[in-house]
Design a binder for this molecule. Structure first.
Ligand SMILES: *Cc1c(COP(=O)(O)O)cnc(C)c1O
Length: 405
């Protein structure tokens, strides 16, 4: 297989796999095995000592999983990658690798709910403190960095308000200070944004979302700039904490990944159309979409993202009860958390994904009781629009009936 770089649309299909090594099998075979036999005792000894290449036990490596890891390395333009049993296993593996008792983490103003939980747990149990910092300027960022800051952890766009972090700025300052930067790139997928190219040291994904794309796998992926560091994590926090990906899940993800580029283009096309529709609707108060000219992060999005993504949040212009009644009136659009699937999904962050975040913090993050988040799917955009439209009409009818009575 040629090592020459191809465009991402091609890399998602071809990289990391050479069919000649596998009886010409077009699709990477599924190595559903827990362990590997050695020809003789001395071979086992050599493999354990690292003096001979080869597989030992599937918690330390598996050929199907390795194809996915190599493919992700090529796609994110890193030095190496590791696959995990969930996005959270990837988050915890990198944080446990980088941090020790007494360290400090600088985070973006919003992080995924369970990442928030993990940071709280690390503070309570190990004295690893964190701060949700304003990373919008060099000055504010420098203020948040302490002598014991050992990691900068960011999500961009931030869930669910789609606020963006300027990766170029954050990576430049972190590099000056010699602090590693970890980026959770789940919302953008590697098709829209590649943080390693902007200077980040680590990028991670909940592969459950756009990478899988079909709502049938939970998985996580971590890519590092350095191959050596990936080797270290493989033999430390991954091996010893053990949150590995199963070969079958890797096989499903390889299948999903092949269509990443075509799917994302459709997600983005549909989201742009639905944004235009929602932006003008009287029952939509605030709308959060990086493609919106009025969105505060629009310019950063234009600089670092290929397109605007497939997620739109908006405040229902009414009460929490009306927002929830609107969800219940939807016919095709499904009520569910998660994102990046073929099906359009809607959720209510205040009572679902962010219900663990204290109300005060939630409000400061812009998560009101009327905020709804849509993950725009791959259906016809007209059908998505018509479903939203009929649900809005039902709520309007109910409101006018109440006013009459
Ligand atoms: C879903 C998600 C995670 C967690 O991933 P799991 O695969 O559910 O463990 C982390 N970060 C973001 C931004 C997510 O959306």
């Amino acid at each position: 297989m040629s090592k020459e770089r191809k465009r991402i649309e091609t890399e998602v299909i071809h990289s990391g796999y050479d069919s000649k090594q596998y009886e010409g099998s077009l699709t990477p075979p599924l190595f559903q095995t827990s362990t590997y036999t050695f020809d003789h005792a001395a071979q086992g000894e050599k493999r354990f000592a690292g003096d001979e290449e080869g597989y030992i036990y599937s918690r330390l490596g598996n050929p199907t999983v390795r194809v996915l890891e190599d493919r992700m390395t090529a796609i994110e333009e890193g030095g190496g990658a590791l696959a995990f049993g969930s996005g959270m296993a990837a988050v915890s593996a990198i944080l446990f690798y980088l941090l020790k008792s007494g360290d400090h983490v600088v985070c973006s103003k919003g992080v995924y709910g369970c990442t928030f939980g993990l940071l709280e747990m690390m503070e309570e149990k190990f004295g690893i403190t964190h701060e949700f910092a304003d990373l919008s300027s060099e000055e504010s960022m420098k203020q948040s960095i302490l002598p014991n800051t050992a990691c900068i952890y960011v999500e961009t766009p931030i869930n669910p308000t789609m606020e963006l972090i300027d990766l170029e700025l954050v990576c430049r300052i972190a590099q000056e200070k010699g602090i590693p930067v970890v980026v959770d790139n789940t919302f953008s997928s590697p098709y829209l944004q590649n943080p390693l190219k902007t200077g980040a040291d680590f990028v991670l994904h909940s592969a459950t979302k756009y990478i899988g794309g079909h709502g049938d796998v939970i998985g996580g992926l971590l890519v590092a700039k350095s191959a050596e560091v990936i080797g270290e994590i493989r033999m430390t926090t991954q091996k010893d904490i053990g949150g590995i990906m199963s070969p079958f899940d890797a096989w499903l993800l390889l299948r999903g990944l092949k269509t990443l580029a075509v799917r994302l283009d459709r997600h983005c096309d549909n989201a742009e159309k639905i944004f235009d529709y929602l932006k003008k609707h009287p029952l939509v108060r605030n709308i959060y979409f990086p493609g919106d000219q009025d969105h505060p992060s629009h310019d950063i999005a234009a600089k670092q993202m290929k397109r605007w993504g497939g997620l739109i949040s908006f405040d229902f212009n009414g009460t929490k009860e009306m927002a929830q009644a609107f969800m219940d009136e939807l016919k095709m659009i499904k009520i569910a958390v998660s994102l990046g699937d073929a099906e359009t999904l809607i959720q209510h962050p205040a009572s679902m994904t962010h219900s663990v975040v204290p109300e005060e913090t939630r409000k400061s993050m812009g998560i009101t009781d009327t905020l709804l988040r849509l993950s725009i799917g791959l259906e016809s955009w007209e059908d998505i629009k018509e479903d939203l439209d009929q649900a809005f009409s039902k709520i309007e009818e109910k409101v006018s009936m109440k006013m009459e009575s």
